[in-house]
Write a protein that binds this ligand. Structure first.
Ligand code: BGC
Length: 761
């Protein structure tokens, strides 16, 4: 009896506690609804449309014009301004608008802000959740310190075609790695609550499939089965939304015949109805006008109608909303309810950000430009740490690396001393003159500039059109007018006098950006000639690559004694490279994208399906899936990256069977069998051997890092749960099917280290 009473009492306590816990939330959301209903009831249609307009200063739209429009209630958010006094002024004018609705203040915070971190492909190469978190946290911290409150990141487009220039902005080819990076970006930028003063609202982009453009050609169309979409390409957007990203930016391209901006299925049926996204949907720059070129709208007014009907809330860099939405409503082509709904999404976000109670958060009109760009506002330590973790060691013959600091070093190449290039694209708030180049980093590291000589060696390319097209002159990548022979001779001269030659080659940052697709992924001829001449000297040759995408590098791989992929590492790039070259940091990065041998292999990615005629290992592969002039496999596989030490791994499964409610524990023993301390990324892959649809030969489902001293042993554990076995089956249901599963553990995606278990019925 006593026990029964006690149980009842406890039940009452818990239940009332639950009620109490829920009450404030309930109150808060009711309060929010009342506030927004009230606001909407006071707003004219014109002002509602204003909230759906995102505008940036530029061209005809001068700062003064923008300020006047803000005060008239015709602008809901601005972007591309990073100067605080201007931002403060804008917010001040918004508070003088009829309903005093504060503005969003947005900017592309892609890989850092004042401090530039490695490009995202580099950040992904860390395969290190804490490094990804650090980059995102610092970026949000700096951006909010500048008064910004929203960003157009993370970009989580899966990228399997290195011809596309924007692969540099994403996290590579794999849904799981990209989802993890995207999730961490959202969590660390937005923080627990949007009302946190340091929270920067994220916009996951580009929804959807931008990374799958045909032929890797920028802005081209995409066409993909729904199965592949849901199984792979849509996964990272969903992960970022599940992590709470309050904004989704829509991709510029066509998805299965319908431009994303006009795609009701994508923006409403999938995003709103299936995924229950209740945040803000923003179109990309110019996307609404482009619907006319796409052939789904007859004129600007029609384009506005089509976009709103599909599910667009905000028009980025708006040209037409103000002009046409009121007309369309009047004519009944769009209902005022549709505009109210879009406006509600915007106002709810502003409410949750706390902008109505603290519109000036983090704004300081007295912060002058000099102070904003000051060196002491940078987070150099964090940037250096993430940068060195992003570096991938691709080759190290005879352990030529790490170098001892007493060597005579010849530094050569167009990228060795370029402050602009090392920052990478999308680094507009960074300061070029604060970046550390490799030349500077190496000189500092050896502490004796006499032992280091330098020659420019070659232009990035001799294609003047490329320089013009990518705007590579001026502050950006250097161009030397001297004859090519002369520059090479100078480089060879210093190489001959040195103990080792380090050549910095690759791409200009502008070559791996928006609107910079390539069909030829080899190094430009100027750089190839330079490398050939350096190789001829017979001196040990270390090739340090700086580039924003996988390149085709067979020749350079053969020439190099050692080879490092460093991407564009950001403000502290030069120091990070020196840390790795001299062994102050043992490289631990792994490739987030496969590097093809040649362009003809593209797309080449590790998680492909098996075919009915897999290629064996023994012969040329007649009547098997193969090329007769190229391997099927890439030059460097996904997940690949060497270390200055070596690791051995073996593993066991807790059971050879699993049922619906069970799990399998994967225990991995790792041993550092070399002589240097180092970090290994243990990668867990899965293969569903037989199912109702063909499943990939391998899919990444987990990774963990372990640091070990020489000869030290350690253990890494993974848990495989039922949900991790699910996929979109032959009926497009998301289920796990009973049967055999292969589990692979390794240090890259080619691992054959395998165990098997069975999922029971
Ligand atoms: C890009 C977006 C970017 C936007 C704003 C567009 O050209 O596609 O990724 O966020 O510009 O700068």
């Amino acid at each position: 009896m006593m026990i029964k009473k006690l149980a009842l009492f406890l039940f009452f306590l818990v239940f009332s506690g639950l009620l109490l816990a829920q009450e404030p939330n309930g109150d808060a959301s009711a309060e929010k609804k009342v506030f927004i209903d009230n606001l909407l009831s006071k707003m004219t249609l014109q002002e509602k449309v204003g909230q759906l307009r995102l505008v940036s200063v530029g061209g005809d739209l001068t700062l003064n014009k923008v300020l006047d429009q803000i005060q008239a209630g015709e602008i809901g958010g601005i972007f591309n301004t990073v100067v605080e006094p201007d931002l403060s002024q804008m917010q001040e004018r918004a508070l003088k608008s009829p309903n005093k609705i504060p503005l969003f203040l947005g900017f592309d915070v892609i890989h850092g802000h004042r401090t530039v971190f490695p490009i995202n492909l580099g950040i992904a190469s860390t395969w290190d959740r804490s490094a990804i978190a650090k980059a995102a946290e610092v970026s949000a911290d700096e951006a909010t310190s500048d008064g910004l409150n929203i960003t157009w990141a993370p970009m989580v487009d899966i990228t399997r075609d290195p011809r596309w220039g924007r692969v540099s902005e994403g996290f590579g080819e794999d849904p799981y790695l990209t989802s993890e990076a995207g999730r961490i970006f959202v969590e660390k930028m937005q923080k627990q609550s949007l009302a946190d003063k340091k929270s920067l609202v994220t916009s996951v982009k580009h929804f959807a499939l931008y990374g799958a453009v045909e032929g890797g050609r920028e802005y081209n169309s995409t066409d993909m089965s729904e199965r592949k979409m849901f199984q792979e390409y849509l996964v990272p957007y969903k992960a970022a939304i599940d992590a709470g990203s309050r904004v989704v930016m829509v991709s510029l391209v066509s998805v299965n015949g319908i431009p994303a901006t006009a795609n009701h299925w994508l923006l409403t049926e999938v995003l709103r109805n299936q995924w229950h996204f209740d945040g803000v949907v923003v179109s990309d720059h110019g996307a609404i006008r482009e619907l006319i070129n796409h052939g789904v709208a007859s004129d600007p007014k029609d384009a506005v109608r089509v976009a709103i009907k599909a599910g667009i809330d905000i028009s980025m860099n708006d040209e037409y909303f103000l002009q046409f939405v009121p007309e369309l409503v009047k004519e009944g082509a769009i209902s005022e309810d549709e505009i109210n709904q879009a406006c509600r999404h915007v106002l709810e976000l502003k409410y949750d950000m706390g902008l109505f109670s603290d519109p000036y958060r983090n704004l300081d009109p007295k912060l002058d430009i000099e102070t904003m760009f000051a060196n002491d506002r940078l987070h150099r330590k964090e940037a250096r740490d993430v940068a060195r973790r992003s570096i991938v060691l691709l080759k190290n013959n005879d352990e030529i690396l790490p170098l001892t600091k007493n060597k005579k070093i010849a530094i050569v190449g167009p990228l060795a001393d370029s402050q602009r290039d090392i920052l990478g694209s999308w680094s507009g708030a960074g300061r070029v003159n604060l970046a550390v180049t490799p030349l500077e980093g190496i000189k500092r590291a050896v502490n004796n500039s006499n032992s280091v000589s330098y020659a420019f060696g070659a232009n990035l390319s001799d294609d003047a059109n490329l320089y013009r097209f990518l705007n590579l002159y001026g502050e950006t990548s250097k161009f030397d007018n001297r004859p090519a022979d002369k520059m090479i001779t100078e480089a060879v001269k210093i190489a001959k006098k040195a103990d080792v030659v380090i050549a910095f080659v690759g791409e200009a940052e502008g070559m791996a950006h928006e609107s910079s697709s390539r069909t030829d992924l080899s190094l430009p001829a100027t750089q190839k000639q330079l490398l050939k001449a350096l190789k001829k000297t017979g001196k040990p040759l270390v090739i340090v690559l700086m580039n924003g995408r996988p390149l085709t590098l067979s020749e350079e791989y053969a020439q190099a004694d050692a080879m490092l992929e460093t991407w564009f590492l950001g403000t502290e790039g030069g120091n990070a490279i020196a840390d790795v070259l001299f062994g102050d940091y043992n490289p631990s990065g792994k490739l987030p994208m496969s590097f093809p041998y040649n362009v003809g292999q593209i797309p080449v990615y590790y998680s492909h399906l098996n075919t009915g005629r897999p290629r064996g290992t023994e012969n040329m592969g007649k009547y098997t899936t193969s090329y007769f002039d190229s391997p099927n496999e890439p030059l460097f596989p996904f997940g690949f990256g060497l270390s200055y030490t070596n690791f051995a791994m073996d593993f066991s499964l807790s059971s050879s069977e699993m049922n619906k409610n069970g799990e399998i524990i994967v225990k991995v023993n790792v041993e550092n069998i070399g002589n240097k301390e180092g970090m290994q990324t243990v990668q867990l892959y899965l293969q569903d051997v037989t199912a109702s649809v063909s499943r990939p030969v391998k899919e990444l489902i987990g990774f963990e890092n372990i640091s070990l001293k020489p000869h030290e042993k350690g253990e890494v554990e993974f848990v495989i749960k039922y949900d991790m076995l699910k996929f979109w089956n032959d009926k497009m249901q998301y289920v796990a099917e009973p049967g055999k599963f292969n589990v692979f553990i390794g240090s890259d995606s080619t691992t054959q280290n395998k165990q098997t278990f069975t999922l029971l019925d």
